[in-house]
Design a protein around this ligand. Structure first.
Ligand code: SF4
Length: 409
C-alpha cells in the first residue's frame, strides 16, 4: 500500500477539523491565500538567502533588502492575500524593519549552518513524512540545533512541532548524511537543542531535547492515530467558533449548507471568496446537531440588522433636525443628544502620496503610511518645508459629525 503523505501542518488541520482536511487534501480544493503566510514565507526566503551554505560570503544588509524587495514584488497584494495595497505596503515596511533589526543584532556573529530550508521526505511507519527544517546548525559530536523561524505576533512552545522535528532529524538518513559530510565518524544524529526564533522581536526560545518516552507517546498517540483515522476515511466535521470563523470552506461545508459535499460542481465547489458573506447555517432536517442553535443565531442576526438600520435612519433624522434648528444639543424627556462637528484631514490620492514619499525617501520614516503617520509628517521637524507643502496639497478636509446620546436622569 502506498504511504500516506503526511506533515505536521496536515496533522494540525485534521485535528482542527477532519472535514476541513477532507476539503483541502481529499477534494484538493485550495484555500485562499493568507497574507501572514506570504509574509512569513518572504522572511523565511531572506533567512535562507542570508545563511545559504553555498554562498562564499554572507550578504550585506543592502543585498538582503534588495533580495527581499525582489521576492516581495513577484506577487501582487491580492495574490499574497492582503486586504488592500496599503496593508501590503505596511507588510513590506515591517519586513524591512525586521531584516534591518536582525542584521543589527546578528550580522557580526553570522555563522555557517549545516543546512537551510532543508526539505526532506521520511518514509516511516507507512507515512511519507514531509518536513522543512528552516535551519540546522552543527554543534559537534553528532549533535545538531534545529532553528525554526516564527513571524507571527507571538511565539509559544508548540510541543507537537518540536516532537515532530526531533523525530525527523534523528531518523532521517538525509540529515545523517549531511552530518557525516562534516564529521564522518558520527554514527547517529542527536538533537542538542531546538529553538523558535521570533523575528519580529528578535527573541529566541530554546528547548532541550525531549525524552525518548515522550517522542514514542507522541508518535503513537497523535501521529499514527491521526494517520489511521485518515486512512479509515473519518472526516466528520468538528465545528467550533474559532475554527469555522476563519475557514475558507464554509459555503460548501455540510454544517452550513445542510448537505454533503459531493464534489466540484460550479460555484458551490469554490471556497469562500474574499469579501463574500458567510452563508447562514441551514435549517435542516438532517443530522446536524447545531442546526437549531444556528437558526436561533440567524434570527438574532436578522433582528439585529433591522435594529441597526432603524438606528441609522433615526440618527440621520435627528442630525438633520438639529441642523435645521441651529442646535448642537437637544433634550428628550430621558436622554440628551449632543452633536459634535470636527474637521478631518485625509490623504485620498494614495498613488500621489506614495510617489511623493518615494521621491523624498520618506517611506522608511513613515514605516506604515496610514492617515495618522502621514499627518505626523506635516509637523515633523525633520521634514523639509517644501516637502510638507507638497504633502499638504494632497490633503482633503472632511467634516465629520458625531452624535452622542446619553441618559439625563
Ligand atoms: S466550516 Fe467549520 S466544520 Fe466546516 S470544514 Fe470548516 S472548520 Fe470544519
Amino acid at each position: 500500500m502506498k504511504n500516506l503523505s503526511f506533515s505536521y501542518s496536515k496533522m494540525g488541520m485534521y485535528r482542527e477539523c477532519p472535514q476541513k482536511y477532507k476539503f483541502r487534501y481529499v477534494h484538493a480544493i485550495p484555500e485562499l491565500p493568507k497574507y501572514y503566510f506570504a509574509f512569513g514565507s518572504a522572511l523565511h526566503g531572506v533567512m535562507e538567502f542570508i545563511y545559504d551554505p553555498q554562498r562564499p560570503s554572507f550578504p550585506t544588509l543592502a543585498e538582503a533588502l534588495a533580495y527581499f524587495q525582489n521576492q516581495w514584488n513577484q506577487t501582487t497584494w491580492e495574490q499574497k492575500g492582503y486586504p488592500s495595497e496599503d496593508k501590503e505596503l505596511a507588510g513590506y515596511a515591517e519586513g524591512r524593519r525586521e531584516i534591518e533589526a536582525y542584521y543589527q543584532k546578528h550580522a557580526a556573529t553570522f555563522a555557517r549552518p549545516l543546512s537551510v530550508e532543508m526539505r526532506s521526505t521520511l518514509e516511516v511507519d507507512g507515512l511519507s513524512l514531509i518536513s522543512i527544517l528552516d535551519r540546522l546548525d552543527y554543534l559537534g559530536d553528532g549533535q545538531v540545533k534545529i532553528v525554526d523561524y516564527k513571524t507571527g505576533k507571538t511565539v509559544q512552545r508548540e510541543p507537537d512541532q518540536l516532537y515532530m522535528y526531533q523525530k525527523v532529524v534523528e531518523t532521517s538518513p538525509a540529515v545523517k548524511a549531511l552530518v557525516q559530510q562534516k564529521d564522518p565518524a558520527v554514527k547517529a544524529v542527536r538533537v542538542g537543542q531546538l529553538a523558535f526564533y521570533h523575528l519580529p522581536s528578535l527573541t529566541e526560545l530554546t528547548f532541550e531535547r525531549a525524552p525518548d518516552r515522550e517522542i514514542v507517546e507522541f508518535w503513537q498517540q497523535k501521529v499514527l492515530a491521526t494517520a489511521d483515522q485518515i486512512r479509515a476515511g473519518q472526516f466528520s466535521p468538528t465545528p467550533s467558533e474559532q475554527a469555522c470563523r476563519w475557514c475558507d470552506y464554509r459555503n460548501i461545508c455540510p454544517v452550513f449548507t445542510g448537505k454533503d459535499y459531493t464534489g466540484p460542481s460550479g460555484a458551490a465547489a469554490l471556497p469562500l471568496l474574499k469579501g463574500q458573506p458567510a452563508p447562514a447555517p441551514q435549517k435542516s432536517t438532517t443530522v446536524l446537531p447545531v442546526a437549531g442553535a444556528a437558526q436561533t443565531l440567524s434570527d438574532k442576526i436578522d433582528r439585529y440588522g433591522a435594529l441597526c438600520q432603524e438606528v441609522q435612519t433615526l440618527r440621520e433624522e435627528i442630525i438633520n433636525s438639529l441642523h435645521a434648528q441651529h442646535f448642537t444639543q437637544h433634550f428628550g424627556s430621558r436622554y440628551k443628544a449632543q452633536l459634535t462637528t470636527t474637521q478631518k484631514t485625509v490623504f485620498e490620492d494614495r498613488e500621489k502620496v506614495l510617489a511623493l514619499l518615494k521621491k523624498y525617501h520618506l517611506l522608511a520614516k513613515t514605516l506604515v503610511p496610514t492617515q495618522s503617520t502621514l499627518a505626523a509628517l506635516l509637523t515633523d521637524p525633520g521634514v523639509a518645508q517644501e516637502v510638507k507643502d507638497e504633502l499638504r496639497a494632497l490633503c482633503v478636509t472632511h467634516r465629520e459629525e458625531k452624535l452622542d446620546v446619553e441618559k439625563t436622569d
